[in-house]
Design a protein around this ligand. Structure first.
Ligand code: 5AD
Length: 375
């Protein structure tokens, strides 16, 4: 296998073209592509740093053009919105990266009541949302009975809406109950597909195998499933990213959520550097080419990292935005990372701004529920 030092621009382009045509690469090929774009630069052939940067940007552009082409073919210029309700920031887990981890005693904990959740969704419905994403930590209060009760109520009030859940790991029976109560989709990021890296990000009691099992169970039950990972999390290498892509290639989820790692001051990773915008958008474009029909959000983390993050994500092939519908009073408490964007166009109330922002780059925000296009 040629190393990135010797890989030529033309070869990198060929890999992108192969990905476009076949929608898959080998792990070695993903790694080569990532190394060509992001590998540290020794005396790379006989080119200057400047020339190399120019080449890298040319590569980005070629990739993004193809990603947009495929997005366009499936979805036209439509951007889907999902209204996000952050139900609870209690969590029994202790993920080293996450601001609402169990051992962060500086978080003011809250949980919404069923009535509050319904109120958020009511407001969301009036604003035009037809997908509600209920998200929360793994909170012992929210048992499957209690969640099913909320889901059933939502389902009967909003038969035309999609209900998406994101509450971490459960037994298969519980997932089945959520599904039977009327939930349609489930988001559970795998975070990293490498065992060893998983244990850098999580305490021992959490296991990648368990996470993967949950994702498989969700798929088997019939949920539209979202997996995903953080970009630039501590200890992550390009080889890990190649593994993430291979895992997603295997799992074939309907949605993939990726965003840059952003440090949170009250976690063990407080001093770790943030993930990069360039790497995140490059990966978004690869994911679009791997599966042109995938629902791919330009995440809040990406919008938090950079003013233009969301637009850059859309222009790299993302087609979903998830504005915040949580009550104003709790928004500042659901801080997975520092400076999390939750007002302006990140807020459901900022829909008009969001529409304009998307229009300015040639896209239209639509309100239909935007299910995965099944063929
Ligand atoms: N930076 C970026 N993303 C984070 N998440 C949690 N903590 C952070 C952080 N510090 C992501 C995880 C999780 C999702 C809900 O938010 O990937 O799955």
């Amino acid at each position: 296998m040629p190393t990135y030092k010797r890989m030529k621009f033309e070869q990198a382009i060929q890999l992108i073209e192969k990905l476009e045509q076949q929608h898959r690469l080998t792990e070695a090929e993903y790694l080569q592509l990532l190394q060509y774009r992001f590998g540290t630069l020794p005396e790379w052939d006989d080119k200057s740093e400047e020339e190399i940067e120019t080449k890298r940007h040319q590569l980005d552009e070629q990739l993004f053009v193809l990603a947009r082409k495929h997005q366009q073919q499936v979805f036209g210029n439509r951007i889907y919105v999902r209204g996000l309700v952050e139900v609870t920031n209690y969590c029994k887990n202790n993920c080293y990266y996450c601001g609402i981890r169990r051992e962060n005693h500086r978080v003011e904990r809250y949980r919404l009541t069923k009535e509050e959740i319904l109120e958020c969704c009511k407001e969301g419905y009036q604003l035009g949302f037809r997908t509600f994403v209920l998200q929360g930590g793994e909170d012992g209060y929210y048992t499957d009975d209690r969640l099913c009760d909320v889901i059933r109520d939502l389902r009967s009030k909003y038969p035309d809406c999609a209900i998406t859940l994101s509450f971490g790991e459960w037994e298969k029976e519980s997932y089945q109950r959520f599904f039977d109560a009327g939930a349609n989709r489930y988001l559970l990021r795998h975070e990293t597909a490498d065992e060893e890296h998983y244990s850098v990000l999580h305490p021992r009691e959490q296991e990648l195998a368990k996470r993967k099992e949950c994702l498989q169970n969700l798929k088997d039950i019939g949920f539209q499933v979202g997996a995903g990972f953080m970009v630039g999390s501590p200890g992550q290498t390009l080889a890990h990213l190649a593994k993430d892509l291979m895992y997603l290639q295997e799992l074939q989820p309907h949605m993939v959520g990726i965003g840059p790692f952003l440090s949170h001051g009250d976690t063990p990773f407080a001093k770790e550097p943030n993930g990069s915008l360039e790497q995140t958008v490059f990966l978004l474009a690869i994911l679009r080419l791997m599966n042109p029909r995938i629902l791919l959000p330009a995440t809040t983390a990406l919008a938090t990292l950079s003013q233009s993050g969301r637009e850059r994500g859309i222009l790299a092939g993302a087609n979903v935005i998830m504005p915040n519908l949580s009550p104003m009073a709790v928004r500042k408490k659901y801080l997975l990372y520092d400076n999390k964007a939750c007002t302006g166009t990140e807020a459901a109330q900022g829909m008009e701004d969001l529409r304009r922002q998307m229009q300015a780059i040639g896209y239209e925000v639509v309100t239909d529920r935007g299910d995965y296009p099944e063929s």
